[in-house]
Design a protein around this ligand. Structure first.
Ligand code: GDG
Length: 479
């Protein structure tokens, strides 16, 4: 087996500067944790080398210092340094002001600007051009996410025989929504993805939406998950991403996490804890969640002073207007709720706008009696899975939006429509009063499922399927 090349918009680490010293900090997204866990596992030994291509968050003149710090790692880094203006139009522009809102069913936030599209094509080309000269025939290339949907075809055009997988981490919207993109753009995006041999989605619905768009826009039919396109077999299938189950399940063995846990429980002794953590994003349903909690406290006043909602919001994309406006609205709403019913000794919402260290996040997961996870749309939502894995005493209740991909697997959660204030408020009351046996029953089933299909299985499953597609293609060609 040859080399494995992972490609994502960003490299899996960022740089902290302290005086002249540079330190590397691993990024905390789901993809990075998944791939890192796989790289560290025995399963990855089937590849002779591992490489990661992505945009660097440091200037080009720091690369030699950074590369010194990377020595001894089990994978090589290939950094890209695109021009800042071009990158902004590609990332803030096309990726996050066209594809992100459209694919999450927020068409009114889409800004179809031609220069955003042009930048998207150019940056995808930069990625492809960086890779093509160093490609070897037995490389396995795995491209990730909506920022790089055109890259597979750009590679295929230059090297028709390569092995390329593509995985979409966000929903693929229904055809009715996807078709609202300008004609050339939507066709080019689909053709771009079809440069892959295997195309992965989190859920069956996303895969079906993609196949329907391919049929309606390009006139290309599919047979179950198989597409025959330009004389090549391509598969579009589902691979629900998972988590490092063991890491979350055993996190509380770490002394620092244990200490945080004890502090949290002592601080809120006698009170139930509801917890949520999300990036600041309009897709996460923060405003609807706050409305539901507000309504819950009105409808069930017996819970006042007996429950606390720890709401952690992680800064994100704060140079896009749609994000900054929402931050103000959310903080205003939190202030209104706290101002309305706090007492001298109790505050209904503990709000923080920060990125938590892992040990604190793990302690909060374990302390929470209820996790309230109510995105308006979410490709998967790993926080829901991490919470379930962290409840090692097999207690705790997950309230989960039915519009998150994770709802397909975590069906023992209390599933809610995140915009239905009354339903969410009632679910909070139900979760807080759920008998321990029922909590345990639901938790055990969900934990079993997650530990059976953990993140290493997810990666291996995708890569195995990718080599199977190549074998099937060879069989077809030899007929
Ligand atoms: C995409 C899709 C899909 C969050 N806050 C903190 C923190 N996190 C970590 C969580 C979790 C990850 O970030 C967020 O998980 P998401 O599922 O929301 O994933 P994203 O990477 O944002 O987004 C999403 C995912 O890809 C995977 O395919 O599920 O639907 O949008 O792992 O633990 N980690 C730390 N402190 C925080 O404050 N340490």
């Amino acid at each position: 087996m040859g080399r494995l090349i992972i490609i994502s918009n960003r490299l899996p680490f960022s740089i902290d500067h302290e005086g002249d010293q540079l330190t590397l900090r691993q990024s905390s997204g789901g993809l990075v944790s998944a791939i890192k866990s796989y790289f560290e596992s025995d399963s990855s030994k089937r590849f002779t080398e591992k490489l990661w291509l992505g945009v660097a968050d440091f200037p080009q003149n720091e690369w030699s210092m950074v590369s010194e710090q990377l020595e001894g790692r089990d994978f090589q880094i290939i950094p890209l340094f695109p021009n800042k203006i071009l990158y902004k139009d590609y990332y803030n522009g096309f990726s996050n002001s066209v594809l992100w809102p459209l694919f999450h069913y927020f068409p009114s936030l889409v800004e179809n600007q031609a220069h955003y599209y042009d930048a998207y094509v150019k940056v995808n080309k930069l990625f492809a051009d960086k890779l093509i000269p160093i490609l070897q025939p037995d490389d396995t290339i795995w491209i990730h996410d909506y920022q790089l949907m055109m890259m597979p075809d750009m590679l295929r055009t230059e090297r028709p025989d390569i092995t390329v997988g593509f995985f979409l981490h966000i929903p693929f919207p229904s055809y009715e929504l996807f078709r609202t993109l300008p004609t050339d753009w939507k066709a080019s995006i689909l053709r771009g993805v079809l440069g892959s041999d295997l195309i992965g989605f989190h859920t069956h619905d996303y895969a079906q939406h993609f196949l329907q768009s391919v049929k309606m826009i390009l006139g290309v039919d599919s047979n179950f998950h198989n597409i025959q396109y330009q004389d090549r077999l391509i598969k579009a299938d589902l691979f629900p991403i998972s988590i490092d189950y063991k890491k979350f399940n055993t996190a509380c063995n770490d002394p620092e996490t244990k200490q945080y846990y004890n502090e949290i429980r002592n601080n809120f002794e006698g009170k139930k804890i509801i917890f949520s953590v999300d990036r600041l994003d309009y897709t996460k349903g923060l405003m609807d969640r706050l409305n539901a909690y507000d309504y819950f406290l009105e409808q069930y006043p017996e819970w006042r002073e007996n429950v606390v909602f720890i709401l952690n919001i992680v800064p994100s994309r704060d140079d896009i207007q749609a994000y900054t406006e929402r931050k103000q609205q959310i903080e205003q709403k939190i202030g209104t709720i706290n101002g309305k019913i706090s007492t001298i000794t109790w505050q209904p919402i503990i709000y923080r706008y920060t990125h938590l260290p892992f040990s604190e996040l793990a302690a909060l997961y374990k302390s929470a009696d209820v996790a309230l996870i109510t995105p308006l749309r979410d490709g998967m939502n790993l926080v829901a899975k991490e919470y379930v894995a962290s409840c090692s005493a097999r207690k705790g209740v997950l309230i989960l939006s039915e519009l998150a991909g994770a709802a397909n697997e975590l069906n023992e959660a209390l599933l809610v429509n995140p915009t239905d204030t009354i339903e969410v408020a009632n679910a909070i009351n139900r979760a807080l009063t759920m008998p321990p046996e029922e909590q345990q029953h639901r938790m055990v089933l969900m934990q079993q499922r997650l530990s059976d299909y953990d993140v290493i299985k997810w990666v291996s499953d995708f890569l195995d399927q990718l080599s199977n597609v190549k074998l099937e293609q060879q069989k077809q060609q030899s007929k």
